[in-house]
Design a protein around this ligand. Structure first.
Ligand code: GTB
Length: 214
């Protein structure tokens, strides 16, 4: 069955891989599933055709036959549950890998998004300089805890899983902040994720959208 995902026609990051279609592309590449991409403009994302796929008018979406999904957590979990390579066979290890997916999305990503918002949208506010260090410290707290848990392991719980895919995807948003450099094992963890051939293919595919000729 053909898989169709949506992505930005013009990603604001110019192809740095930070938009959330990259994590879905990565999961599909890890699973060895071909897919096609429908590019959407900011305007068309808010129109009825796209809203019927995504109630909040965002990317990415995922279509496979009659199935339509939104939310990257749900999409990556669906891919991982239906194809080998992203979740362990053992039931308990599988549950733990899924817990890491939720941890990435529910515990680690929120303070990172708060930091992104503070830097991008609040820099002109009179209280910005006072607030920024507080937000950075909330990110540091999570990085410190994650770093302590990872220790010198390659991945969060045994072999690479969808939990690592999601955690690396979430952490990538921090690269430009320099905060990751304070935690050598997390920086190495990120580099291991980015070095995976499946990630490289996903990154190249999303970059090709930004560098294509009009
Ligand atoms: N919780 C949802 C999920 O995980 O799927 C969040 C989806 C989401 O935030 N989608 C964003 C979107 O469609 C794109 S990824 N935004 C448009 C809108 O809401 O109108 C967020 C994103 C956008 C741009 C960059 N960038 O340029 O660096 C990075 C991340």
């Amino acid at each position: 069955m053909t898989i169709i995902i949506t992505a930005f026609e013009r990603s604001p990051d110019g192809g740095k891989g930070l938009a959330r279609d990259t994590r879905v592309r990565w999961a599909l590449e890890e699973a060895g599933r071909p897919y096609t991409v429908r590019l959407v403009s900011f305007r068309s994302m808010k129109e009825p055709a796209h809203l019927s796929l995504h109630p909040f008018g965002q990317i990415p979406t995922y279509e496979e036959g009659d199935l339509v999904l939104f939310e990257t957590g749900a999409i990556v979990l669906h891919i991982a549950q239906h194809h080998p390579g992203l979740l362990p066979d053992d039931a308990e290890a599988r549950a733990r890998a899924i817990a890491w997916m939720f941890a990435a999305l529910n515990t680690v990503e929120p303070p990172i998004l708060e930091l992104v918002t503070a830097r991008l949208l609040e820099a002109d506010k009179p209280w910005h300089d006072q607030r920024l260090p507080l937000v950075e410290d909330r990110v540091r707290q999570r990085l410190q805890q994650l770093s302590a848990r990872l220790g010198d392991a390659d991945w969060l719980d045994g072999a690479f899983s969808a939990g690592d895919l999601m955690m690396v995807s979430v952490l990538l948003r921090l690269r430009s902040s320099g905060l990751l450099d304070e935690y050598a094992n997390l920086a190495a963890y990120l580099a291991r994720g980015e070095a995976r051939p499946a990630y490289q293919r996903a990154f190249a595919a999303q970059l090709a959208v930004s560098t294509r000729k009009a």
